[in-house]
Design a protein around this ligand. Structure first.
Ligand code: GDP
Ligand code: MG
Length: 432
């Protein structure tokens, strides 16, 4: 693993230092189960066109590479096709750049059909750009004009055509998938539950928190990108109301632009969410810079903490903080809603406060109705339980009497389902 760092210019505002970037790249590599035998930072004053890093350094690393014999060398930077090939030749080893590394991760983690298609699309586009540029380069090397049509050129033309065809096909399939997904989302919208989406930097603890809140056994590993496609589960809040929690892909700093579409496809669920829960790793050195990254990407997607849609900030991993810092943060939980909610997804501390906040944010004024159904209408009774909050139930000889609190947006459905059997009480209840 080689992290290429520009020798810092004075006044540069990037707060992440090279060491932390190297650490992130190593963690990304671990996400695809590669063990890193050597990780180093190579400072450069300016990029060298042929190899990115200076020729002296390329030579110097040759010995180390020959000695360690890595399966692959990852250069944590964007390499041009020419640079990649020149480095492979010089080091006699396979070289991947950062884009290729992230593509590997996306490829391994993509779960839904759309996720897989988007990743393949990004992959092919990446490949095609390599072909185009290396062809130009070859032509220049040969000093020819290109019209002689050597075998290499023909092969590249064929590859380009095949890739182009595949890209067109995938784009078509993506359209279809998007339409169907829209239908699925429509179906979900009819469920009277608010949706809260967990977003945040990779490794912040979203999946762990998701598990903690839903007590579901989904993937939570000590690797980045443990989830690429959103996962959804129902959570029961203290009020007894339910919401749907959505676990999403982790954000990554400096995401290569070619991968933005593949990444965004995984975030579409966030756009549809009623509440955004931004999970932060409070114990991370770069927690503020991470927050800035997440806020920036969300803003590009049109999601802002502007009061239009509830936005909760969660400071996770407080178990790793010093006792007094942790205590101060937990105390602030009571100052909600404005303060970030301090939690430990691992130990469960602060989770109650988070659930309360979710309850309040998704809670609305419910109206209470009386519902009288014959005993035979078991399905109707079950429906009322599923779509409303049953406050009281009396089994009488004449039938089942239910007192149900109903969210305003569901009243129409209840009315349609039960007609005159539904009688409104002059009662309004605040949920939570
Ligand atoms: P995600 O990428 O945001 O989904 O993060 P994960 O849920 O996969 O967690 C990443 C790593 O952080 C895992 O090793 C978790 O065990 C760990 N982790 C998550 N929450 C906590 C926490 O509250 N405290 C500590 N100490 N570790 C945590
Ligand atoms: Mg995860």
């Amino acid at each position: 693993m080689i992290h290429v760092a520009r020798k810092e210019k004075l006044g540069e505002r990037d707060s992440r230092d090279a060491q932390s970037k190297l650490g992130e790249a190593v963690a990304l590599t671990a996400a695809i189960h590669l063990s890193v035998v050597e990780a180093l930072i190579v400072p450069i004053a300016r990029p060298t066109p042929a190899t990115l890093i200076g020729s002296g350094k390329v030579e110097e690393l040759k010995g180390l590479i020959a000695e360690r014999e890595p399966e692959v060398i990852i250069v944590n930077a964007a390499l041009s096709p020419v640079q990649q090939r020149n480095l492979e030749r010089a080091w006699k080893a396979k070289v991947l750049d950062r884009t290729a590394l992230i593509l590997e991760i996306f490829g391994e983690r993509a779960q839904t059909r759309e996720g897989r298609l988007q990743v393949e699309l990004a992959h092919l586009t990446y490949q095609r750009s390599r072909l185009v540029r290396s062809w130009t380069h070859l032509e220049r090397q040969r000093g020819g004009f290109g019209f002689l049509g050597g075998p290499g050129e023909t092969q590249i033309e064929t590859d380009r055509r095949l890739i182009g065809e595949r890209i067109a096909k995938i784009k078509g399939e993506l359209e279809t998938v998007k339409r169907t997904r829209g239908l699925h989302r429509e179906a979900r919208k009819r469920v009277p539950y608010a949706v809260a989406a967990l977003v945040g930097y990779t490794n912040a603890g979203k999946s762990t928190l998701f598990n903690r809140l839903t007590s579901a056994d989904v993937l939570a590993k000590d690797v980045l990108f443990a989830t690429l496609d959103p996962t959804m589960r129902v959570v029961k809040l203290p009020s007894g109301r339910k919401i749907i929690l959505s676990d999403t892909v982790g954000f990554i700093a400096d995401l290569p632009t070619q991968l933005v579409a593949a990444f965004r496809a995984t975030l579409e669920e966030v756009l549809a969410a009623d509440v955004i829960v931004h999970v932060r790793d409070a114990a991370h050195d770069e927690t503020e810079a991470q927050k800035a990254d997440v806020v920036k990407v969300l803003k590009e997607l049109g999601i802002e903490d502007d009061g239009e849609r509830p936005f909760v900030e969660v400071m996770n991993k407080i178990d790793l903080l010093e006792a007094d810092v942790k205590k101060a943060m937990l105390t602030r939980n009571r100052a909600r809603p404005k303060a970030p909610i301090a939690v430990s997804a691992l130990t469960g501390e602060g989770i109650g406060a988070l659930l309360d906040v979710l309850d309040r944010l998704t809670g609305q004024e419910e109206r209470v109705f009386q519902l009288r159904l014959p005993h035979a209408d078991g399905a109707g009774v079950a429906w009322a339980y599923a779509h409303g909050r049953v406050l009281e139930r009396k089994d009488r000889a004449a039938g089942v009497h239910l007192s149900v609190a109903i969210d305003p947006q569901d009243i129409d459905r209840f009315a349609q389902r039960f007609g005159a059997d539904l009688v409104a009480e002059q009662r309004v209840r605040r949920a939570s």
